[in-house]
Design a protein around this ligand. Structure first.
Ligand code: FAD
Length: 316
């Protein structure tokens, strides 16, 4: 069976859920091999990767890798592509993952598909393109297929893999050292799930009206264990922090359920959320374009609908 490399996303030594999704997906197409880049590797991390089907775990856990933006990760993957000739490389379609994918494609003279929401036999990907305006089916026709898959595209399913560890020695090239990270500012995590990984996202837009009013969006989110998102109108107005902006210039989310309250549905907002599995819209304007992509919609004032919904959920 052919080997498929999966670049591990990890924070503070913990494997992120999207990696478990990618391992699950890789297993349907070949033998999954995890690639750990940067410090924080542990037996627990290895066990987690093996639990989700990694037959091999390539480990390059030098500090050097994280000190220099993303270029060393692309170099590591390029080395493995050269040494192991994998059938494909999967990365998460996160900001970092997509940059790694692009650099890797150049280094290995291969084709790249970003924002895949599904991947099938022959590495044919369902891909969201033109800022989310169009969905197409794509296949890489040159080199090693490199596919960046959106978080939440596949449900993670455990299935034990061998988890055979192999150390990889890499030192970033001079070119990769050209830009060094001088400081890291941690995003406030809080008790809510991470926005791009959350199964449910509740987002508020200009209709929410003020920073204080975002409390009702948060209350609904907390009642269902959701992450909170916001439109750019809301983040530009400083009602909610920019790190929670969903859309073309914000984060891309693809949760099981996306609830949009007081958001009109501009193309730039849709670009970041329209691959959500189920979309519920709360908007007082029945003509708001977001209703075009809604699975369920409530035409009404969010200041009435959202608290009622929260109350009902909390009763159950
Ligand atoms: P509006 O379009 O003003 O819509 C507010 C909605 O709230 C309306 O539909 C209204 O009917 C409804 N409403 C008002 N009061 C209530 C109420 N009491 N109850 C219920 N409904 C109510 N936008 C993003 O979101 N993300 C991006 O990443 C992004 N990137 C951009 C990049 C570029 C280059 C550009 C040009 C724009 C970008 N935008 C982005 C902005 C985008 O074009 C829209 O301006 C923005 O999404 C509008 O936000 P909104 O829907 O909250 O506000």
């Amino acid at each position: 069976m052919s080997e498929i490399l999966v670049l591990v996303e990890h924070v503070d030594g913990e494997v992120k859920k999207v990696t478990l999704e990618l391992l699950t997906l890789a297993r349907t197409l070949g033998e999954a091999s995890a690639v750990w880049a940067g410090p924080g590797y542990s037996e627990a991390a290895k066990a987690k990767l093996a639990e989700y089907g990694a037959d091999k775990v390539y480990v390059a856990d030098s500090d050097e890798i994280v000190n220099y933006v993303v270029a060393p990760k692309a170099e590591l993957l390029a080395k493995l592509v050269g040494d192991k000739s994998p059938a494909a490389v999967l990365v998460a379609a996160t900001t970092e993952g997509k940059e790694v994918a692009g650099r890797l494609a150049v280094k290995t003279d291969s084709g790249v598909i970003t924002d895949a929401v599904g991947l099938g036999e022959g590495f044919v990907a369902d891909q969201s393109i033109f800022g989310g305006g169009v969905n197409v089916r794509s296949r890489v026709t040159k080199g090693t297929p490199i596919v960046a898959v959106r978080p939440n595209s596949t449900a993670p399913v455990a299935a034990a893999g061998a988890g055979a560890e192999e150390k990889v020695e890499v030192a970033p090239s001079d070119a990769a050292r050209a830009a060094k990270i001088v400081e890291r500012v941690k995003e406030e995590k809080g008790a809510r799930p991470e926005l791009t990984e959350a199964a449910i996202v509740v987002s508020g837009g200009r209709g929410v009206g003020s920073a204080e009013n975002f409390a009702i969006i948060e209350k609904l989110a907390d009642s269902i264990g959701a992450a909170v998102g916001a439109s750019r109108a809301a983040t530009d107005a400083k009602w909610y922090p920019h790190q929670f902006q969903v859309g073309q210039t914000g984060k891309t989310v693809s949760p099981q359920l996306y609830i949009a309250a007081g958001i009109s549905g501009a193309i730039q907002h849709r670009a970041g959320m329209q691959t959500s599995k189920t979309i519920i819209v709360i908007n007082k304007d029945p003509e708001a374009p977001i209703f075009e992509i809604a699975d369920f919609g409530v035409v009404g004032d969010l200041f009435q609908v959202v608290p009622q919904l929260t109350e009902e959920i909390e009763k159950r």
